[in-house]
Design a protein around this ligand. Structure first.
Ligand SMILES: C[S@@+](CC[C@H](N)C(=O)[O-])C[C@H]1O[C@@H](n2cnc3c(N)ncnc32)[C@H](O)[C@@H]1O
Length: 205
C-alpha cells in the first residue's frame, strides 16, 4: 500500500524551512540531479503551470544569472527578484497562448517543463484525460520551441492514453524516462515523463 496522504508531511515542513514556495520544488530538484545535463547554467527554460513558483526557484538557481526562466500559469505568480525570471498569467489551452508566450520570450528553449495539473473532478478517466491534454500541449510547445538536444519534462496522471503519450514523446526525444520523485505523495498517480536530447525536427517521425 502507498504512503498515506498527509498534507503537512516531511516535504511540506522541509519546504517551509528552506523558504521554498511549494514542496514540489523537491521534485524538480530530484529530476535535475538525476539528469544533470538537462538544465545547464545559462540555459533558457520554460515552466508551464508554474504557480506558486517552487519549480521556478530551483530552475532560477540552476540556470543562473546568464540564463532565462519563463514561468506561466492561469494563477498569478508572486514576482521574482531575479531579473532572469519572468512570469505571466497565461492559459496554455487558450487560443492566444502562443502569441502571448512569443511576446514574453521568443525562445528557443533548452528545456520545456510542465507541472500542470487539471482541477480534479474525482472521476478517474476524466482527470487522466485532462492531465494528458495539458501534457500534450506541453509537448506541442516543446516540439515548436525546444532546441535540438534539449529536454522535456511533463507531469502526467498514469492511466488512460499514457502509453500513447510516452510513445509520442519518443518520436521527438532520443531517450524517454518515467520518473516518480521521492517527494510525490504516496497515493498520487502522477509521474513525470522526461524526454532527453530532442531530435532535430527533420529527424522526428
Ligand atoms: C501542481 S501545480 C504547479 C506547482 C508548481 N510547479 C510549483 O512548483 O510551484 C499545477 C499548476 O497547473 C496550473 N494549470 C492548470 N491548468 C493550466 C492551464 N491550462 N494553463 C496554465 N497553467 C495551468 C494550475 O493553475 C496549477 O498552479
Amino acid at each position: 500500500m502507498g504512503k498515506p496522504y498527509r498534507p503537512k508531511d516531511h516535504y511540506f515542513q522541509k519546504a517551509k524551512q528552506e523558504g521554498l514556495r511549494a514542496r514540489s520544488a523537491f521534485k524538480v530538484d530530484e529530476i535535475l540531479k538525476r539528469f544533470p545535463t538537462s538544465v545547464k547554467k545559462g540555459a533558457a527554460v520554460l515552466d508551464l503551470g508554474a504557480a506558486p513558483g517552487g519549480f521556478l526557484q530551483i530552475l532560477a538557481d540552476a540556470v543562473g544569472m546568464h540564463g532565462r526562466v519563463v514561468g506561466v500559469d492561469i494563477v498569478a505568480i508572486r514576482p521574482f527578484s531575479q531579473k532572469w525570471v519572468s512570469t505571466a498569467v497565461l492559459d496554455v489551452l487558450a487560443d492566444d497562448f502562443d502569441a502571448k508566450l512569443t511576446a514574453m520570450y521568443d525562445g528557443p528553449y533548452d528545456a520545456v517543463i510542465s507541472d500542470m495539473a487539471p482541477k480534479t473532478s474525482g472521476i478517474k478517466g476524466t482527470d487522466e484525460a485532462r492531465s494528458l491534454r495539458l501534457a500534450g500541449k506541453a509537448l506541442e510547445v516543446a516540439a515548436a520551441r525546444g532546441k535540438p538536444g534539449g529536454t522535456f519534462v511533463a507531469k502526467v496522471f498514469m492511466g488512460g492514453d499514457f502509453e500513447a503519450f510516452r510513445d509520442e514523446v519518443r518520436q521527438h526525444f532520443e531517450e524517454v524516462k518515467i520518473v516518480r520523485p521521492e517527494a510525490t505523495r504516496g497515493a498520487s498517480m502522477e509521474v513525470y515523463v522526461v524526454g532527453l536530447r530532442r531530435r532535430a525536427p527533420a529527424a522526428a517521425s
